[in-house]
Design a protein around this ligand. Sequence first.
Ligand code: SF4
Length: 411
Amino acid sequence: MEGRRLLLAVHDGVVECRACPRLVEWREQVAIQKRAAYLDQDYWGRPVPGFGDPEARILVVGLAPAAHGANRTGRVFTGDRSGDFLFAALHRVGLANQPEAVGLDDGLSLTDVFITAPVRCAPPANKPTPDERAACRPFFQREVAALVDWLVAEVAHAGVDVRLPTPVDVDAVLAESPDVVVVATGGWPDTCFLESGADLVATSWDVLGGLVRPTGRVLVYDDHGAERGLAAVEHLVEERAGYQAEQRADRQVSTLELVTPDRHVGYDLATPLGPAYLRILYGSGVVMISDHRLVRVESVEGDGSALRAVLRNEYTGDEVVHAVDAVVVEHGVVPDEHLYLSLRDGSANAGVVDLVALAAGDSQPAFRVNPGSTSDSGSTDGYLLYRVGDCVASRDVASALLEARRLLQHL
Ligand code: SF4
């Protein structure tokens, strides 16, 4: 109920919003001028709220309303070709009650799916500026929070004691006298591979999370090879385009280099994604440097903001120095394992997870490898400790929940 109430509040806030003058002018101008095919229709011409099942487990996120699609019909993805495809697909798998979406009164309803966009007003040329995206972000965050609130409420309804946000240390866990402890603390971006200068670099997490906004000559180093490093570059490219359009030279990335020790960028990228990223990288002038490893980052004396990034050739060992203003690294993550290690010695199973049994959905072995452990948890010789979650994608909450469910269904 709380989630529904929050979603309604977001809906009301969205449809009245006029925070971005450029977008307000554009959406209203389009609604007056209209496309020839829709001259007889009244355009919505306002911000477009999210749509779907307030108790959804699946969230579909677009970019922004289309000028003659959602900006005409008033419902996200409704009235344009991508919507035709999307709703037909949702209907095929039983998530929509009908395959067509043409307007607010067409009878469409979704089950288990909520559709939204991070920008609610149709932007000229489909390109919102960074400031417009930032202005609209709270609506998106509140919608997602409302969906999560519902999930939390359901879990609590099932008898689970949910405590958010509650940092936990070993004393807090042991105070509960648990029989079983499942830890899913994930990991943190790793910068410790550098011989020196780890304190001078940002991570792809920082960039994608909006915590840092590099400017000037930016070097992105990616030896992880998956999508996150390239997503950070794409983010920087988009920001640069936005600031160029606004003629904000002070905020712009002037040059962008992407360095990898692999033979090419995105070495571990899923095959269909490679060409899409390469189009972006080539099309936006990103300089790609392969076969080089970032080994050190040094500050330039007398110039507070300038850095030297030292790259070492993987085959010759030769080092080259690149003068830059910011370095962003993607080197995967290291486990955030302090809580797990603190609990391990006191556990009855030494914190061991039988991965074969976990993958098969079977129960964990009943043996206790640490019979000397003690606890006041009843008939057992100490609590059982399991660590789950995916440290490669360190905040992969979905993996953690799935693995926890596999474990706990047999306990
Ligand atoms: S884009 Fe978002 S913040 Fe900007 S006017 Fe539209 S609804 Fe408001």
